[in-house]
Design a protein around this ligand. Structure first.
Ligand SMILES: Nc1ncnc2c1ncn2[C@@H]1O[C@H](COP(=O)(O)OP(=O)(O)O)[C@@H](O)[C@H]1O
Ligand SMILES: O=C(O)[C@H](O)[C@@H](O)[C@H](O)[C@H](O)COP(=O)(O)O
Length: 211
């Protein structure tokens, strides 16, 4: 698909590459983001397994009222999302030493800023793809509360990663293994050192190279 970075070389093992400095390397803290159906849960869980870190799915942090609203075909609004985002931000804080992968739509810049306010070392992996591909995946996903009819509202809300955010964008129209490889390669490219924990991480472009 055009407009999406081409695949990066795969890595056989995504543990952070040895640092050239003497600073210890912190395990990665990652938010896998994207609209409904982009593969956040599938890729996020596989990435966490590859990195040997805990995984959290933001779906599990919704209060009942949010689930009921989405099940009824009504998109969430900001007020529905703020407490939910705060809970996921807390999870990231709790895992800043161990590392972790959280899958969360994180559709707007303001949501992402809340998510990583206290964990600036966190990086985003944006799973991005064609609306038709994602709607088909949501429609074909059994037993999930999210109706395919809400995919359009998710695209309408989505704000892509901005240049000053730490993250990369991947084309979802690839195998899960390839997406995990690409995510791991991105994370290994510029691992955060423990010294960065709790302090602003070096600014990077969206491919993770030092700015
Ligand atoms: N890279 C992929 N290729 C093909 N199917 C995928 C891929 N990633 C996810 N899927 C499938 O698409 C559906 C939506 O994936 P899911 O991980 O639930 O997305 P999200 O958590 O972003 O809503 C699931 O049925 C999943 O098995
Ligand atoms: O509206 C939002 O802020 C998000 O979309 C969020 O609510 C989440 O995406 C849903 O829980 C659907 O779950 P999936 O994204 O896993 O389809």
């Amino acid at each position: 698909m055009s407009g999406v970075p081409s695949p990066e070389p795969s890595t056989p093992d995504a543990r952070p590459a040895p640092s050239h400095s003497s600073a210890p390397t912190a395990p990665p803290l990652v938010v896998v983001m994207g609209v409904s159906g982009s593969g956040k849960t599938t890729v996020g869980a596989a990435l966490a397994q590859r990195l040997h870190v805990p995984f959290a799915d933001a779906d599990d942090f919704h209060p009942e009222a949010n689930i009921a609203k989405m099940s009824a075909g009504v998109p969430l609004d900001d007020d529905d999302r703020w407490p939910w985002l705060a809970a996921i931000a807390d999870w990231l804080v709790e895992h800043r030493e161990s590392g972790g992968v959280a899958s969360c739509s994180a559709l707007k810049r303001a949501y992402r800023d809340v998510l990583v306010a206290d964990t600036p070392q966190a990086r985003f992996v944006h799973l991005h793809g064609d609306r038709a591909v994602l709607a088909a995946r949501v429609a074909g996903r059994p037993g999930h509360f999210m109706p395919a009819a809400l995919v359009d509202s998710q695209f309408a809300t989505l704000e892509p990663l901005q240049p000053d955010e730490q993250g990369t964008t991947l084309d979802v129209d690839q195998s899960v293994d390839t997406l995990v490889d690409q995510s791991a390669a991105y994370l290994a490219d510029a691992p955060a050192s423990r010294a960065d924990a709790g302090a602003p991480a070096p600014r990077t472009d969206q491919k993770g190279s030092p700015a």
